[in-house]
Design a protein around this ligand. Structure first.
Ligand SMILES: Cc1cc2nc3c(=O)[nH]c(=O)nc-3n(C[C@H](O)[C@H](O)[C@H](O)COP(=O)(O)OP(=O)(O)OC[C@H]3O[C@@H](n4cnc5c(N)ncnc54)[C@H](O)[C@@H]3O)c2cc1C
Ligand code: FES
Length: 305
């Protein structure tokens, strides 16, 4: 695996590097469709896995010659170690992402195979604060939004009881239930069409669980309407909430300001912007201006409705 500086001098001039951030070309170990339109990709890494924190992400680019040229952000699903290639060598480090095919970049990714070369920059951003150990934890994941919650669950289950409320439009949008189960996470599934688990929105389940466990802390990732509904419920129940935003991103390192969201207290006279890739993607709910979220961020039409 060769470390490279191939985003051009401009990005690297403006980018504030952290000691653990790496940019390198690497190999795909596997890339499988796990549900219609959803893929799980395992890549070889060096020095990312050991430093990655729950909620951080990577910027991913297929080979330089291919459009789209911009990297795409993906949450880190999990990291780990593989047996070495030969006796005497150290174990190999890997990282996994789960992604949904939505446009040109993810469509190209879905056609990649074992052995193909890709470029990865990471780990990036600010992850979840693990909160008070021992306190009940409720994770709320909408569709592909469950990705950053898995590493979080790995950490939280060491000290707390963890419940995962997972929602999707249909059964095809419900992923990785078995993996969460193996961690000892109590999982509740809901789908809009009732094809798996309870019929209805994941937020209905959250309402019920917060009545039963009023001292819980909540962590959520998913589409904006779901996050907005979750923050309203958490505010009403006066429980702490952290959300991971999937704002559109171009550079991922604080250089382009394409990912800014409005912070709480923002006004025209006193603008307060938060850089989602550097100050986030995880925020405490009260840091954000929920009324304005999505206005300038180019969230897809479906997310705005
Ligand atoms: C921090 C972070 C973590 C993410 N983690 C994951 C992940 O783990 N798995 C995953 O599948 N996706 C994740 N995403 C979203 C992913 O980056 C986009 O789906 C991807 O960049 C789309 O690339 P594309 O070229 O296929 O689509 P494009 O051609 O760029 O876009 C296709 C359509 O999707 C919309 N779109 C693109 N990005 C987003 C977004 N962030 N939110 C809403 N709509 C969007 C566009 O507006 C457009 O309508 C994450 C995004 C961020 C910011
Ligand atoms: S994506 Fe460029 S500053 Fe955040």
């Amino acid at each position: 695996m060769t470390p490279v500086l191939n985003d051009g001098p401009v990005l690297f001039l403006f980018m504030e590097r952290t000691p653990t951030m790496k940019n390198f070309k690497t190999k795909i170990l596997s890339n499988e469709e796990i549900s219609p339109g959803y893929f799980r990709m395992k890549i070889l890494t060096s020095g990312i896995a050991q430093h990655a924190r729950p909620g951080q992400f990577i910027m991913f680019r297929v080979q330089r010659s291919l459009p789209p040229l911009l990297r795409r952000p993906f949450g880190i699903f999990q990291t780990g170690l593989l047996a070495p290639d030969c006796d005497g060598l150290p174990p190999r480090e890997f990282l996994e992402i789960l992604y949904k095919v939505v446009g040109s970049g993810t469509e190209i990714m879905s056609r990649l195979h074992e052995g193909d070369l890709v470029e990865v920059l990471g780990p990036l951003g600010k992850g979840f604060d693990l909160g008070d150990s021992g306190r009940e934890k409720i994770l709320v994941g909408g569709g592909i939004g469950l990705v950053p919650l898995y590493m979080l669950a790995q950490e939280l289950t060491k000290t707390s009881h963890v419940r995962l409320l997972m929602g999707g439009r249909t059964r095809d949008d419900i992923l990785a239930v078995t993996e969460f189960g193996r961690l000892g996470v109590e999982t509740y599934v809901s789908t809009d069409d009732g094809s798996l688990g309870e019929e209805g929105f994941v937020t209905q389940v959250l309402e019920r669980k917060l009545k039963k466990f009023p001292g819980a802390s909540v962590y959520a990732c998913g589409p904006m309407p779901m996050l907005d509904a979750v923050q309203k419920i958490c505010r009403a129940h006066k429980v702490p909430l952290q959300v991971s935003l999937e704002a559109l991103m171009a550079c991922g390192v604080g250089a382009c300001l394409g990912c800014v969201v409005k912070g709480s207290g923002h006004t025209e006279e006193n603008p307060r912007y938060l850089c989602s890739c550097k100050e986030g993607p995880v925020f405490r709910a009260e840091q954000l201006d929920w009324g304005k979220l999505g206005d300038e961020q180019g969230f897809c039409e479906g997310c705005k409705s």
